[in-house]
Design a protein around this ligand. Structure first.
Ligand code: SAM
Length: 268
C-alpha cells in the first residue's frame, strides 16, 4: 500500500497517473490529484471525465485482446502504462498465451513503486522512463533482456501522447519505436481529441492539467492519424474507442477520444 511517505513520490503537483487512477475509482492518489480532478469535474462534468477514462481503459483491454488473439502478439511494450488497475495488459495477454511478456513503462515513479508488488510475476517488468527520450526505453538493458525486438512486439501508447507537446515532436518518438520493430509488429494509440469537443471542455482539460507534472496537448483527428505514419491501420481504422472492435464490455461513449491499431507497414 502506497503512503504519502513512500520515497520518490512527488507530492507537490498532480500526476497524470494518479489523476487517472482517481477518475477510474482507484485508491492510489493524493489530495493534490483529487484537487486537479475537481477542476476537471467542475468544467467538464464528473460523469463525462470518468466515462472518458473508462472508455479509454476498455479500448486498451480490447486492443490487447485483439493483438494477442487475432494477431498472435506475445510481447507488449506498454508505454505510459499507468498504475495497475483492473484488467492490466499482462493479465489479458496471458489469457491468450501464459508465456506472453509485458514491459510496463511510465514516467511516474509511483507506477514502479506500486506496480512491482502487484505485478510481480515472471511475465512482467516495470521500467521508469520518459518516452520523450525513446532511447532510454529502447536501449534499456532490462527491456532488451526481456523483449526480443527481432520478433513482433506491440507497442502501446494508450492515452499518453496527449502528454507530449508538438514541440516535443511526437512523430520522432513514434518513428524511434517503429524503426526498432520487426515486421509483424503493431502499435496501439488512443488520444484525447479536439474533434467534436466543445471549447469549454477543451479549456477544462487544460485547466485540470495546468499544474500537473506533464503538459497536456489535445489533438485533432488528423493530427492523431499522423501518429500512425509508417503503420497500416487495421479495421476499422482510427475511430471512437467504443466503435473499435466493440464487444459486450459496456464501453461509455464520450466522443472525447480516438483510438486505433496499426501494423508496421511493408516498405514499398
Ligand atoms: N495507458 C494507461 C491506460 O490507458 O489505461 C494509462 C493512461 S494514463 C491517462 C497516462 C499515463 O502516461 C500516466 O501514467 C503518465 O504518468 C504516463 N506518461 C505521461 N507522460 C509520459 C512520458 N513522457 N513517458 C512515459 N509515461 C508518461
Amino acid at each position: 500500500m502506497m503512503t504519502e511517505s513512500t520515497p520518490n513520490i512527488p507530492l507537490g503537483a498532480p500526476t497524470a497517473a494518479r489523476m487517472y487512477d482517481e477518475a477510474l475509482g482507484g485508491k492510489d492518489h493524493f489530495e493534490v490529484d483529487r484537487a486537479a480532478n475537481a477542476k476537471l469535474y467542475e468544467v467538464i462534468g464528473e460523469d463525462r471525465v470518468r466515462s472518458t477514462a473508462m472508455e479509454n481503459r476498455r479500448f486498451l483491454g480490447r486492443a490487447v485482446r485483439y493483438l494477442s488473439r487475432e494477431c498472435g502478439i506475445r510481447q507488449f511494450l506498454d508505454v505510459g502504462s499507468g498504475l495497475p488497475t483492473a484488467r492490466n495488459t499482462h493479465q489479458i495477454a496471458k489469457e491468450a498465451d501464459p508465456g506472453s511478456r509485458v514491459v510496463y513503462v511510465d514516467i511516474d515513479p509511483i507506477v514502479a513503486v506500486h506496480g512491482r508488488a502487484l505485478l510481480a510475476d515472471d511475465s512482467t517488468r516495470i521500467v521508469t522512463a520518459d518516452m520523450r527520450r525513446p532511447e532510454t526505453i529502447l536501449d534499456d538493458a532490462e527491456v532488451n533482456e526481456f523483449l526480443d525486438f527481432s520478433q513482433p512486439i506491440a507497442v502501446l501508447f494508450v492515452a499518453v501522447f496527449h502528454f507530449v507537446t508538438p514541440a516535443e515532436d511526437p512523430a520522432r518518438i513514434v518513428a524511434a519505436f517503429r524503426e526498432r520493430q520487426s515486421p509483424g509488429s503493431y502499435v496501439a494509440i488512443s488520444h484525447l481529441t479536439t474533434d467534436g469537443m466543445s471549447e469549454k471542455e477543451q479549456e477544462g482539460w487544460y485547466a485540470g492539467f495546468a499544474g500537473a507534472t506533464v503538459p497536456l496537448a489535445l489533438r485533432s483527428e488528423k493530427e492523431i492519424r499522423r501518429l500512425f505514419d509508417g503503420y497500416d491501420l487495421v479495421e476499422p481504422g482510427l475511430v471512437r474507442p467504443y466503435d473499435w472492435h466493440p464487444d459486450d464490455d459496456d464501453s461509455p461513449r464520450t466522443n472525447s477520444l480516438f483510438g486505433g491499431v496499426g501494423r508496421v507497414a511493408h516498405p514499398s
